[in-house]
Structure formats: structure tokens, C-alpha cells
Design a protein around this ligand. Sequence first.
Ligand code: DI6
Ligand code: FE
Length: 412
Amino acid sequence: MDSSFCKAEKIWINARLATMDPAHDEPFGMLDRYAIGVQNGRISLIVPQDTLCFSENPAEIIDASGLIMTPGLIDSHTHLIYGGQRAAEFSQRLTGSTYADISRAGGGILSTVRATRALSEAELVEQSRPRLEALLAEGVTTVEIKSGYGLRIEDELKMLRAARTLAADYPVRLRSTLLAAHALPPEYSGRADDYIELICHELIPQVAQEGLAEAVDVFCEPIAFSLAQCEQIFDAAQAAGLGIKAHVEQLSNSQGAALAARFDAWSVDHLEYLDEIGIAALKDSGTVATLLPGAFYFLGETRKPPVEGLRKAQVPLAVASDLNPGSSPLASLRLMMNMAAVLFGLTPEEALQGTTCHAAAALGLGEDVGMLKVGMAADMLLWKIDDPAQLTSEFGVNRLQQRIFAGEVQNA
Ligand code: DI6
Ligand code: FE
């Protein structure tokens, strides 16, 4: 008997594994006719089908019937906790106002801040529930959620607690990110540096101490915070032992990506205005470049992120939803994969890497999730598809046969 066999409580046989593990040469890290086993919530066994011994079978056997299994999908950038909605601004933009115009006039992020502050934690959880459910139904097993619509201590903490409370109701891994530097709160008008002080000296230490977030994010943009202000926040995040993520080069070029890379950021996100200097800074940095095609599409942007340059520099690319009420009210990671391919030219394999292994790295979870690999969490999806490229080419058809979270089969 294969000694490895006993290491699994449950084994899927007859599976085609799109492992996304670069150790395997085939596209998508494909292993055909393999068996995959799980034990204590982790992947414990990946072996060719015909080396399995059935005679002394201690495990539950599930026949995958030749279907394709992938790692669970990871949405590494969302703002899905918020109050209200901004459909009126969508209409305004269709008749000529820009996102920046609306923001300068006190709408935009600040209108969601007003709506979010007005809700209790419980109300915030309920308003956000359908958005998380939409992601999970498509196969998301790890989600990042940012604060950033509270902009004062009690409301930023309320958002982070709401994220924890909401995610605890579902089979999903949560990574929370403090994005207090999303916009200048009205109380601090003309006193941006005082607000930065509050974030660095009060909010970040408190969030770290209470374990309410794993990372800190900033919006580095003339309509938000300067490079120097972002640097202060990165310093404080690093001192508190938190990961760093950054919204950079979305609407203009502030050289935010290069700054974040110097701080060993987990990811830099958006990147439409990233230039050669930024690409050179990201090269070999370990920082993931996260593309957010939903915001590009929804804001009708025309300037695309420099995908070819990033590819040449071998910067890992993630793809995420940026799910938020203003620039990407689009609760579908599969749609983002399709948009990343059609709008930005990613291959279907790059799009799936962007929502599995590279998305994991963008959350500091590269050793834990995002591949079918022994030792990783057993977050796995079984799909009724013939080719993993279908996960990027198709949209709107639910071909998820089985969702497995931490080794437990959730549904059919
Ligand atoms: N960039 C974005 O696209 C979102 N936040 C950010 O920093 C927009 C958030 C919003 O409009 O509510
Ligand atoms: Fe965002």
C-alpha cells in the first residue's frame, strides 16, 4: 500500500488538477489523471491516479469524474463593506462629470463616508452581505476587505469589525486592510498632516494591537494623499508589523509604486499610469502588481496599465474586483478575469494566476493558499469545464460543481 495514502481523510480521484504551481511545466500547472487528498484542512497528497492503492482504503473517496479542479479563487482587493450606493453619480458621469470632479465637489468617497458613518456595525454587515455572497457563489474562498469609509477612529474600527463579523458567517478566509488614508475627512479639511498623524500614532497602533487588520493601504493621488504622506503611513505600518498595500498610479503618476516597493509592499494596485521607473522599481522587488480592470472599465478610462512592460520585468500580476460603490460596483471576480484578458491583454493563464497564486502573494499568503500543492490550505474548486481557459473566456454561466473550503465540501 502506498504509505502516502493514509495521510488523507478524503481523496478526490479522476481529477484534472490545474495546480497553478510553477513547479509543473504544463500550462496552468496541469496534472492529468491525478488524485488529491486532504487532511486537517490542508492538501496532504497529490499523486498520479494509478499509484493509489484502493484495497486498504481508509479515506472517503470522491470521484471527480474527469472534471477540472483549481485552487479557490482569491479576491485580493475589495471595499465591499460600505453603506448606501452611488447610482446617482454614475448617471452624472454619463452626462459629462468626471470621477475627480465629483470627488472635489464633496461627493465620491465622501458621500459613502457619510452613509457608512450613519450605520451601526450590524447594519453595515447586513448591507454588505449580498456583495460577499456574490463573490463566494463564484468560487472565491479568500477575500480581502478594506476600511476607508469611516475616516475617523471609531468608524474605521467599526468597518474592520463588520468585515470580521460578516466573514465569520461564511466558509471564507478574510484578510482585512486598514485604508484610513482613502480620503481626507471633512473634519480635517486643510489639516491633512494632522489626519496623517492620527493614522500613524493612534489608528495603526490600535488596529495592530487589536489584530483588526493584517495590512495598511493608502490612496496615493493628488485628490487624496501625497507621496510624502504615504511614506509616513508606510513607516508606521512597518513599525507596527503590518503588511503594506497601495492604490497608486490610478489617475495620475505620483511614483507611488516605487515608494511602496521600497517598503516591500505586498502589492501595488491600479497602475494605469505606471511608467518605466515604476516598472524598474517593481522588478525583483517581490511586490505584486494588481490590475483592477473593473474600475478602468466603469470609469471609462482609456489609459491602460503597462502589462507588457510588467510581464517583461517578470512582475507577478494579480487581478481583483476593487468592489466598491464608486468606481467598481461589480461583484464578480470572474468578470474581472474576462476584462483583464479582453481590456488589458492578459492570457487566460495569467488571469487565473492573478486570482489564485499571485493574488495570494498580494495578501502575504503565498505559502498558504492559491495553489494545489501539498501543505497548502485545501481550498479547491471542481468545475464542469474542459479547459481552465474557460474560467476567463466565459462569464455568467455557473459551472462550479463543488466548492471545497479547508477540506470541507460546501455544496454542489
Ligand atoms: N480607488 C478606487 O478606485 C476606489 N478607491 C480608490 O482609492 C474608489 C472608491 C470609491 O469611489 O468609493
Ligand atoms: Fe480600491
